[in-house]
Design a protein around this ligand. Sequence first.
Ligand SMILES: C[S@@+](CC[C@H](N)C(=O)[O-])C[C@H]1O[C@@H](n2cnc3c(N)ncnc32)[C@H](O)[C@@H]1O
Length: 326
Amino acid sequence: MGRSSKDKRDVYYRLAKEEGWRARSAFKLIQINEEFNIFKDVTHVVDLCAAPGSWSQVLSRTLRGSAEDPSSVKIVAVDLQAMAPLPGVVQIQGDITKTSTAHDIITHFQGHSAQLVVCDGAPDVTGLHDLDEYVQAQLLLAALNITTHVLAQGGSFVAKIFRGKDVTLLYAQLKIFFTHVTVTKPRSSRNSSIESFVVCKNYRPPDGYIPTMVNPLLDLSYQGSWQDLEGVNRTIVPFLACGDLSAYDADMTYPLQMEGQASYRYHTPTQPPISPAYSIALTHKHTNTPIHTPITTTASNTPLHTQATTTPIHTQEQDEEQHSAM
Ligand SMILES: C[S@@+](CC[C@H](N)C(=O)[O-])C[C@H]1O[C@@H](n2cnc3c(N)ncnc32)[C@H](O)[C@@H]1O
């Protein structure tokens, strides 16, 4: 397969490289903001599940770019995986299901609350739709829990959601905390993907609500009665496509040379992953060792910040696969 074939098949992948975004997901946040104006008056923001960092890039470029004093903008990015540094972004390598992560975020804000929390979190999908939807819902609820620790009254929360058959339960839970909840599908998100995004505005936790990470929300039964809610008890959340209709369609193939645009030139990915999950498997492949053989001098025991430069364990093709998937 030629280097440019992916550029042709996925216009947002190509544009991401041309504009210097680490992943095509950048366009999802840009299009959500165009529709919902979520960046307005935001100086403190948390980016949950942030690696490799394209949403943090959008936040950094937009918020710091428009601020009189860029240093007044605080962006905290959290992910299980390490990511390469970004201007004005503090990174926490941690698990969003842990209380300690909420405390780390609060420490970085030095007593301030965030006006916006975004979460593009996704578990490793198995292909078993029910399971994937369930795990994704749990991740979203973990993000909501952490949000209740750090978000200011009136603030906004944006998170990836899989619109499966039990999504009504999630809507109902979000409506407990926010007066406005909308579901949106940016043009840059493939139609073939089950993902959408909830945009929750005006954070108003119930009177007396005490944020906790061992929240009963996570333990509610996902089956049964939620499906039977009717009338005023059933939360109907409006659905909006976002991204101008003239924006590129994520499922279409476009010619490399587009009318009225500069000559096409191939770009390498902006920031290859610094510690990809597939690195150990690749090392086994390259050294021709069976998968159960312990690898002693590989990425798994090389300090994170040196992996990208000292251990040639991932190919450009692999990096492109990862970036093109987001
Ligand atoms: C689709 S990627 C995010 C892409 C990112 N928004 C960007 O624009 O570059 C999903 C991320 O969720 C992270 N993730 C999944 N479960 C997590 C958890 N429990 N805590 C923190 N991060 C998690 C993964 O490590 C992965 O980096």
